[in-house]
Structures are given as structure tokens and as C-alpha cells.
Design a protein around this ligand. Structure first.
Ligand SMILES: [Zn+2]
Length: 246
């Protein structure tokens, strides 16, 4: 049986899977018309009037054949010898991105791609309701040159642990402080300057001042700091710039 084992020497989780005979491939199980082969539909976007598990879908989600992680497994956590072991309870799903076998990201039209991304969201929302699922990964493999074309799909893997690498990244994340965008227009008005005069006086391109005021762009961190200094002591900034120009 498949299982997750923690390697005590490196402290990392590994997937353990006994070798098994691979079944010969015949025909694409993911093309329209072969719905029964691909397995019971988990979710799908369909044209009006088409039935589940039949053609007429635009994006379809099916369980991965020979899945490593399965929702039917009972979640068991135990120590086996020197290993921590967990049963691979989770989910492995394939999001079939298009009914067309030969579609790639390059040939798919934008609406199709948008539907695929909505399906990513739908699956994440649905799987997150399961309290025993700790992490969800979505992966997409590019077709390598020379490899037999396969139906375009993304793989969703929902797992009962958080991989060490992810845990490390989460631990190292720093809280982000969201600063409100400074109100450039009111600062400028307070100084009784036109956009042009403000731009010239403080050495900021006029187009940038306009973009800031109309909300097309927001000042980046150095610009925000500069604007704060201008707001607190406009005279000092002007003097400093004048001295620099002399
Ligand atoms: Zn196909």
C-alpha cells in the first residue's frame, strides 16, 4: 500500500509507492466520447443541456487513474519502526483543460483559459472544506518535444501534510505592511502648486504626477518616502534640490 514516510535522518516526508505493472495505453480516455473511461466526473463546466459524464463539457475534472492520494483512505498516523507514517488520504484529480486533444496553452482561446483558472478556484474552494487536507498543489506539465502528445490537463493534489519545503517557506514569510497610497493631489494643493510646478520643483516627471493623482499608478516605496519628506518639509527638499543643481 502507498504511504507517506518521514525520513528521520533528513526530517523530510517521502512518498512510498510499491512498483506495479503499467497498463498499456490505448486511445485517449480524456477525449469527448470516452467519458466513461476517464471516470466519474467530479466537476465540469458544460454547454447548456449536456449531461454529466457525457460529451458537451468545456472543462472537466476527473479522479486521476491509479491515484496516489485518495479521499476514501482513512487518515492514519502512526510510528512504524524509525518512521512516522501517514496514509495517503487526500485527492488526486485531473482538470481536463479542453475537449480538444491537441490544445496547448498557445492554441487555447482566452475564454477557455479563463474557465480553466475558474476551475482551479472551484477545486481549491471545494477541497479546502475537507478538514483533513492540509495542503493543495496544482501542477501543469508542459509537453516536452518528442514526447507523445497527451490531452491537456492540470493535476490537483490535495495532501494530509504540509511538505517541509512549503512549511519552511511559510515560516520565513514576513508580514507585509500595506500602506495606504499617499494622496499626491491634496499634498500638491496644500503647497498651492500646479501639477507642472510640482513636477518641476521636486524633479518628478509630469506624467508620473498625473498617473499618481488619477490612480493609474501608485508611488513605489522610495517614492512614498520621498513624498513623505516633501509633505513634512517642502522647503528643505527645495533647498536641497537647488543646492544639488548649483
Ligand atoms: Zn484526448
Amino acid at each position: 500500500m502507498d504511504e507517506l514516510r518521514k525520513d528521520p535522518t533528513r526530517g523530510q516526508w517521502s512518498l512510498i509507492r510499491p512498483k506495479r505493472a503499467s497498463s498499456a495505453e490505448s486511445g485517449c480516455p480524456y477525449c469527448p466520447g470516452a467519458e466513461q473511461l476517464a471516470g466519474r466526473e467530479i466537476a465540469a463546466y458544460r454547454k447548456d443541456g449536456s449531461l454529466p459524464n457525457e460529451p458537451g463539457w468545456t472543462v472537466r475534472v476527473v479522479p486521476e487513474a491509479d491515484a496516489y492520494f485518495r479521499i476514501e483512505h482513512e487518515l492514519v498516523r502512526e510510528g512504524v519502526g524509525m518512521f512516522d507514517m501517514i496514509t495517503p488520504r487526500g485527492a488526486s484529480e485531473l482538470i481536463l483543460e479542453s475537449p480538444n486533444h491537441d490544445d496547448t496553452l498557445a492554441t487555447m482561446d482566452p475564454e477557455q483559459l479563463e474557465s480553466v483558472l475558474w476551475m482551479y478556484r472551484d477545486r481549491l474552494v471545494d477541497l479546502k472544506r475537507d478538514g483533513q487536507i492540509r495542503d493543495i498543489l496544482i501542477a501543469r506539465h508542459h509537453r516536452k518535444p518528442g514526447v507523445r502528445p497527451h490531452h491537456p490537463y492540470s493535476r490537483v493534489t490535495a495532501i494530509p501534510i504540509v511538505f517541509d519545503e512549503t512549511r519552511r517557506e511559510l515560516r520565513e514569510l514576513k508580514p507585509v505592511q500595506i500602506e495606504e497610497a499617499p494622496d499626491v493631489a491634496s499634498l500638491r494643493r496644500r503647497l498651492r502648486l500646479s501639477q507642472g510646478a510640482f513636477a518641476t520643483l521636486f524633479g518628478i516627471p509630469l506624467a508620473t504626477v498625473k498617473d499618481w493623482e488619477q490612480g493609474r499608478r501608485t508611488p513605489d516605496a522610495p517614492a512614498r518616502a520621498y513624498l513623505r519628506v516633501i509633505a513634512q518639509n517642502p522647503r528643505a527638499v527645495r533647498n536641497a534640490l537647488k543646492t544639488a543643481a548649483e
